[in-house]
Design a protein around this ligand. Structure first.
Ligand code: NAD
Length: 331
């Protein structure tokens, strides 16, 4: 198949490179200039797996302005707050026949994608896979080849030939896809999962195992899950796991599968980028409001993450001022 990746960050590169290695024609589209310059200068992207085996992979790279082709499918991996700008810049090459697939975290992206793609051609999903972009031109795939999995579901919940073709290519690329039959349920189950792990680990800047093995893990996780599940029940969203299954998945993910890993939201925090918390816990709280349910815990942790972001920015500004002062004094 012919794919164009809108967003060549950590996940865009992981999906795109694995699909390319499985024999597909893949072009990457990105907007982050230092990343674009580095990839062009070094003749590709340096790929690692669990920090090892660093090797150069040749990729086709364009910007939204320079891309002018006709793929079978666009795969979209931007951060939630970047997406509107990305889509606007890409609008000139998106045609009514085009399909879009995405496994972005949080909620809010589907409505934006619907402005550019027909509902019958949107496939959403969730990815249980960890990837890090250590810097421009470099990507680190966490986990062995074949590790991780993804759920996918067409927005209209009626898989067509293109959806099956995508499934087969993802399967060949060893990305372990599962085709589900409930769009909102699939996406929201992952939003709730992220609303516990990503948020708590990011605000305390801790590895997932530290949270999973903490004595208060069960009650903290259960409180966030109960609120989110109560809201989804009111909104008539059919989650694909029960509350107990979601708790079990959190335990296994933090204690067994990835105890030494930091969630992807943490990467944003330490790189002084805004987090997606408003699209995760913030989205749950907003949905609660719509159904007259006060999601007090989700509201609280949304603000707690913003406080952690604010604190980092203040510390950074303080350090910069101190450095400037010491430079002035040394002259
Ligand atoms: P990313 O930040 O690595 O890349 C997204 C875009 O941001 C790319 O265009 C990239 O070039 C650009 N970018 C990266 N660093 C930048 C910087 N310092 N300054 C400016 N631009 C920068 O994002 P991602 O990890 O690929 O995530 C995409 C979506 O997938 C998100 O919704 C995320 O939550 C979700 N997701 C990520 C992971 C993961 O492990 N990384 C796992 C599951 C889902």
């Amino acid at each position: 198949m012919k794919f164009a990746m809108i967003g060549a960050g950590a996940m865009g590169l992981r999906y795109g490179i694995l699909l390319q290695e499985a024999g597909n024609d893949v072009t990457f589209i990105d907007t982050w200039q230092p990343h674009i310059d580095k990839i062009r200068e070094q003749g590709g992207v340096y790929v690692m797996r669990d920090h090892e085996d660093r090797h150069l992979v040749d990729i086709k790279l364009e910007t939204p302005e320079s891309y002018d082709d006709d793929p079978d499918m666009f795969i979209i991996f931007a951060k939630q707050m970047q997406l509107a700008d990305y889509l606007e810049r890409c609008a000139h090459f998106i045609k009514p026949k085009h399909y879009a697939f995405t496994c972005m975290n949080g909620m809010g992206h589907i409505e934006k994608i619907q402005k550019y793609f027909d509902d019958d051609k949107i496939i959403g999903g969730t990815a249980l896979i960890a990837t890090v972009l250590p810097g421009p031109g470099e990507v680190d795939f966490m986990g062995k080849r074949g590790a991780g999995k993804l759920n996918m579901c067409p927005l209209n919940e009626k898989p067509d030939q293109m959806c099956y073709d995508l499934f087969n290519e993802l399967d060949k690329a060893q990305m372990n896809p599962t085709l589900t039959d409930d769009f909102m349920g699939t996406l929201m189950t992952k939003v709730i999962f992220n609303s516990v792990i990503n948020t708590i680990c990011t605000m305390f800047e801790i590895q997932m195992g530290e949270f999973g093995n903490f004595s208060g893990f069960d009650s903290m996780a259960r409180q966030l899950i109960d609120e989110a599940y109560d809201i989804c029940a009111r909104a008539d969203i059919h989650l694909v796991s029960s509350r107990d299954e979601e708790m079990k998945a959190l335990e296994v993910n933090t204690r067994v599968d990835m105890p030494l890993h930091y969630p992807s939201m943490y990467q944003d925090m330490i790189n002084d980028r805004p987090t997606e918390v408003d699209y995760i816990n913030g989205y749950i709280a907003e949905l609660g409001r719509k159904y007259h349910y006060e999601a007090a815990t989700h509201l609280f942790v949304t603000q707690a993450v913003h406080l952690a972001e604010y604190h980092r920015q203040n510390e950074k500004a303080k350090r910069a001022a101190e450095m400037k002062e010491s430079l002035i004094q040394s002259h």
